[in-house]
Ligand binder design. Sequence first.
Ligand SMILES: [Zn+2]
Length: 315
Amino acid sequence: MAQRIGIDVGGTNVKIALVGDDGKIIYSNSIPTRAEMGYEYTINSMKEAIKDLLKETKLQASDIEGIGFGFPGQIDCQNGIVRLAPNIPGWVNVPIAKIMEEEFSIPTRVDNDVRTAALGELNYGAGVGCQNLVCITVGTGIGSGLVINGKLVRGASNAAGELGHIKLNMTGGPLCGCGDRGCLEAYASGPSIVAMAEDYIRGGKSTKYRELANPEITPYIVAVAAKEGDPVAKQIFRIMGEYIGIGLTSVINLLNPEKVIIGGGVAAAGDILFDPIKETIAKRAMTIQKEAVEIVPAQLGNTAGVIGASLLINS
Ligand SMILES: [Zn+2]
């Protein structure tokens, strides 16, 4: 049986897993990223974690078919280099695949983390059986992994899938992290939920989430308030869902996918976000495309990244 290692690198933690042929996690571990110590520190911790994995599972390096890494950032997939990872300071032009291949003599691949999550959902999660898939994560930002004709879409320079930067406004709108204005991500993501919630408080609206705030307002607190029936919190998620629904309408019209899979921290809010997304798409997408598409929650949760990364060696 082929066994592969999947590694999901985040700003806070690195998740490491041994994944079997059937997509099941055989062994998993998590270590702190400690980006402030420099990228060499994180690389050494990851090497140690892989050695621990081999020891604990009584495997040799030659038993492992491949190692795959998912990184939040711009990746040169062909050459296995992390070009830039904005949330992990210090990771600029790091040839991670070569470093690991020299250490373990195991073929190693690297890709963007949202793309690896899409690969995980495609093979073992909500996207099983699909040929055309849009997988989005809604959290601090909005990212996506696209699958067309059963293959991950990477683009001319590995940057395809920036769904969060679809423009919703011709002349202005809120400033986005990309430097432009009016992007979907600037209207609908974790920070915009918080900004809208604070605006309502300043406007004198009495709201449940103000009582729940401890002391900051978080997207999670607004979601709890919405589920408890707070009308202002419900309205915030309705507006978020409409924005995401409008952005997805363009993508659905363009790509004609069978499924849109939505995951990420903000998406955990469930129906209060999914209902307005679905209603907006039902109202605004083109007939043939909308009849073909199903909007579903991600299934693999926070294991999608390691499972998908483990599959990079064959994709
Ligand atoms: Zn943008």
